[in-house]
Write a protein that binds this ligand. Structure first.
Ligand SMILES: Nc1nc2c(c(=O)[nH]1)N[C@H]1C(S)=C(S)[C@@H](COP(=O)(O)O)O[C@H]1N2
Ligand SMILES: [Mo]
Length: 504
């Protein structure tokens, strides 16, 4: 008799899954709402994502950047959502008899969120309130929906179940949107807008019309919107210029604490620089050029007096990312940038201030949202990507890329064009060949400065059929880029860019 009654009492599979799914989405939304009040990055869902990024083995991370580029974060968050919903469905199915198994799963997943928030370097103590809210909301909603789904179900029960479901869905929507709005209330866009256009005291020389071969190549100066973006931040650090403080310490005679208005008292310079990511594959597009506006770091640091023994500038961003840059490069060419192409830095490119050092890959030079500069020795302290197996020094390698043609072309004279770069050294020559025949020199566009890329183009006579086109650059030191293929890790990809085209 008992047995029969129990089995009558079992939830239908659909209702069990529904109860668990509502529990999970309530948990995520409640955490997001509380995080919005405290710190957007305390949202357990984002904290788990950020932690996943930090503990992912370097090769997987490199693969993700190479495969998904700037969409890597959306892919990660979507993947996490799918996994989470899968867990919910499983927890629901395990809980058709009693809510206990589902509650256990909820507590385990909730504990993961709690741990993720506790280990984030950029979050304070209060941040654990967000995952606690998630845990509480998840368990409460799950158990409530479970209770309302117990057979036998009369029509009044059915109404109650539907009404409660609708209420929970509405609450989830409100909490999610509310959390999002609250989290962005640090009005960083307002702070940016208040700064207005930046006019450098020493502007860069205007980029001549002949500096690119559009439409056959990329534009010489990349628009702020199109500038490639790489960082480990799931939610972009939101630092208002009014709140920004840069601390300079370590092996210096005087520690300095600089605010945004202190930086604005220096005369601004503008420099046209091509920034490149070490993760860029041969032929890849993790490279862009901008007119960066800022203050030479040697001027900013003059008041600090860097001690002769220091060989590393160890910089830290508002979200705890770290970077080690040779002091010699900093003093020679380093810029504390506050603007790109006349505007304050876009938030995702490091507003209010970042570092830019021509000739070094971004991971060893280009700290965005920079808030701390410590002078020490490379032997003393390892930065973020070094701990993950990338090289200590990251000078940009001489490289070139074919932009046109890609895919197909019409038989006869085929325009072959692209870009080449060897920052600080400059490009002296680019050669092109089809089907491993003789190299043909390409014509070079007007050189802007040795810290930028240089466009090139030429015409090749091609008959119908399949062809392979390659390019190689020679820099002003006389070095011709190697054909030896190397992966991006640990210090930048090498090899000649090769494209296959079908000519008809
Ligand atoms: N705070 C912070 N700064 C960072 C990074 C990061 O992950 N966090 N990534 C670096 C890397 S690997 C590169 S290639 C450049 C990219 O700068 P961009 O996004 O403005 O193109 O930023 C550098 N600065
Ligand atoms: Mo990078």
């Amino acid at each position: 008799m008992d047995v029969v009654e129990n089995s009558d009492n079992r939830l239908s599979a659909g209702r069990a899954i529904w109860a668990a799914v509502l529990g999970v989405v309530s948990a995520v939304a409640a955490g997001h709402l509380v995080a919005g009040l405290l710190d957007a990055n305390a949202s357990p869902f984002l904290a788990v994502g950020n932690t996943a990024i930090d503990i992912t083995p370097a090769p997987v991370k490199d693969w993700a950047i190479a495969t998904f580029g700037t969409a890597d974060k959306v892919v990660l968050l979507t993947g996490m959502a799918v996994v989470l919903l899968g867990f919910a469905a499983l927890a629901g199915l395990l809980s058709r008899q009693s809510p206990a198994p589902g509650t256990v799963v909820a507590v385990v997943v909730g504990a993961l969120g709690l741990i993720a928030v506790m280990v984030r370097p950029d979050l304070g103590q209060l941040a654990i309130l967000a995952p606690l809210a998630s845990l509480f909301a998840g368990v409460a909603v799950f158990r409530l929906m479970h209770r309302l789904s117990r057979p036998p179900i009369e029509s009044a029960d059915r109404r109650k179940f539907l009404q409660t479901s609708a209420g929970v869905v509405a609450g989830v929507g409100l909490a999610g949107v509310g959390g999002q709005l609250l989290g962005s209330r640090t009005d960083v866009e307002g702070s940016r807008a208040a700064i207005g256009q930046l006019t450098p005291a020493t502007p860069a020389a205007p980029v001549p019309a002949g500096a690119d071969f559009v439409p056959h190549t990329a534009r010489f100066v990349t628009s702020n919107r199109d500038f490639y973006r790489i960082d480990t931040a799931l939610s972009v650090p939101k630092v208002r210029a009014e709140d920004w403080v840069l601390r300079i310490h370590g092996a210096v005679d005087n520690e300095l604490t600089l605010r945004y208005e202190d930086i604005r008292r220096f005369p601004l310079v503008e420099r046209t620089v091509t920034l490149a990511c070490v993760s860029n594959e041969v032929g890849g597009d993790l490279i862009s050029t901008s007119n960066f506006i800022g203050v030479p770091l040697k001027d900013v640091l003059a008041g600090a007096g860097v001690k002769p023994g220091a060989d590393q500038l160890f910089s830290t961003s508002a979200d705890g990312w770290t970077c080690g840059t040779p002091v010699a490069d900093i003093m020679e060419r380093g810029l504390l940038a506050i603007g790109m192409n006349g505007e304050p830095l876009p938030v995702e490119h490091g507003f209010p201030a970042r570092m830019v050092v021509p000739g070094l890959y971004g991971y060893v030079s280009a700290t965005k949202w920079v808030v701390d500069m410590e002078f020490n020795r490379f032997a003393d302290k390892e930065a973020y990507w070094l701990e993950r197996g990338w090289a200590q020094r990251g000078p940009i390698k001489t490289q070139s890329r074919i932009d046109t043609p890609r895919g197909s072309a019409k038989a006869g004279k085929v325009t072959v064009a692209g870009v080449a770069w060897a920052q600080t050294r400059g490009i002296a020559k680019v050669e092109v060949r089809a089907d491993e025949q003789d190299w043909v020199p390409a014509s070079l566009a007007t050189e802007v400065n040795p810290d930028t890329w240089r466009m090139w183009q030429t015409d090749l006579e091609l008959a119908p059929g399949e062809h392979t086109i390659q390019c190689r650059a020679t820099d002003r030191t006389g070095y011709t880029q190697t054909d030896a293929l190397a992966a991006p890790a640990p210090d930048g990809a090498t090899g000649w860019h090769t494209v296959s085209i079908s000519v008809s």
